[in-house]
Ligand binder design. Structure first.
Ligand code: A2P
Length: 333
């Protein structure tokens, strides 16, 4: 099997470090790995597979060395500028920022849902928003069986979704310090405001969830709405998802559909207080689904509670899974 040259852009960040951890765990065919971040981090040392690597400043020449696959998580501005430069040099970029997700020339991929979309990439493959990834993993098998009619998302999102800055706001906020990343204290609070507000009163995070769900599922007209909320949890996004179907369903069968789906673990035993929670999902790669119950206010509807580790499945793991699928397709060619 061919070995590949990898690069991590944003290697010192919350997601960047997790890219490295997941790459180590999954034993990818890596010939070499290069680590990039801002000038602030140049010279820092990070261990990868037992060897110390030096972080380099990202520049326009960073990709002049035959890099095959680059995982980016250094913000949308960095991706907008550098992903095309990398792609131009023959590198495939898997980008965790929001910069390219809605570009019609860029596939937006969750490997359990639409792996085939990887095949039409033009050098950039987008990794979806963390809250969208875990939602569509649960929605896809249900859509295949019962056909989605309408979806209502309400999220409870961890501070790590806002990177190191968000994480530190909760850590130091618990000790009484004022927030630096969020516009309000997050310790002991819920903030119904993730990313900036848009003209119609929705936040960008909510708009991302709506648009990305439609794109990944290939359902441009799906009726979907969202309210996204930051909560004082370090790791793991939780989502209440209310779904209406076109077709009728049997609740036990629906539970089995989820149980048999790729990447899902059903935790649904309320009599024994078993349901998904962020503390159970931390460090895991699966999407956990529970509280599965009929929505009795509509003809064919269900409520589910969906939890995943936002830095792993919601970001780093999904990107590494895309890299694995990409390599699998390359090997078949
Ligand atoms: P640095 O540590 O040098 O600032 P997080 O989302 O956890 O805050 O991480 C953001 C990541 O993106 C970090 O690795 C950060 O590097 C990197 N980054 C931020 N701005 C740039 C930039 N202009 N060029 C390259 N990397 C950047």
């Amino acid at each position: 099997m061919k070995k590949y040259k990898f690069a991590i852009v944003g290697a010192t960040g919350m997601v960047g470090r997790t890219f490295l951890k997941v790459l180590e765990e999954r034993n990818l065919p890596i010939e070499e790995i290069y680590l990039f971040a801002s000038s602030r981090s140049a010279g820092k040392k990070i261990d990868f597979l037992g060897k110390e690597r030096v972080v380099e400043e990202l520049t326009e020449n960073s990709f002049d060395r035959g890099i095959d696959i680059a995982l980016f998580s250094a913000g949308a501005g960095t991706s907008l500028k550098y992903a095309p430069i990398a792609a131009e040099k023959g590198c495939v970029v898997i980008d965790n920022s929001s910069a390219w997700r809605m570009d019609p020339k860029v596939p937006l991929v969750v490997p359990e849902v639409n792996p085939e979309d990887i095949k039409w990439h033009n050098g950039i493959i987008a990794n979806p928003n963390c809250s969208t990834i875990q939602a569509v993993v649960a929605l896809k098998p249900l859509h295949d069986r019962y056909v989605l009619k309408r979806v209502v998302y309400s999220t409870y999102q961890a501070v790590s979704g806002a990177g190191m800055g968000g994480y530190n706001d909760l850590l130091y906020g618990l000790k009484g310090e004022s927030p630096k990343k969020f516009c309000h204290p997050i310790a002991g609070n819920c903030i119904p405001h993730i990313d900036v507000f848009t003209e119609n009163g929705y936040t960008k995070e909510e708009v991302k969830m709506i648009n990305e769900t439609r794109k990944i599922l290939g359902l441009p007209n799906l009726r979907v709405t969202a309210t996204t909320v930051r909560v004082p949890v370090f790791h793991g996004h939780s989502e209440s998802i209310n779904i209406e179907f076109e077709k009728p369903f049997d609740l036990d069968e629906l539970r089995d559909v989820l149980r048999n789906a790729d990447g899902i673990v059903v935790q649904d035993d309320p009599a024994n207080n078993v349901y998904p929670m962020p503390i159970l999902a931390e460090g895991k790669d699966e999407v956990f689904v529970g509280r599965i119950r009929r929505d009795e206010s509509v003809e064919s509807g269900v409520n589910i509670w969906v939890v995943a580790d936002n830095v792993r499945k919601g970001a780093a793991t999904n990107a590494v899974q895309i890299a694995q699928k990409y390599i699998e397709y390359m090997e078949k060619e």
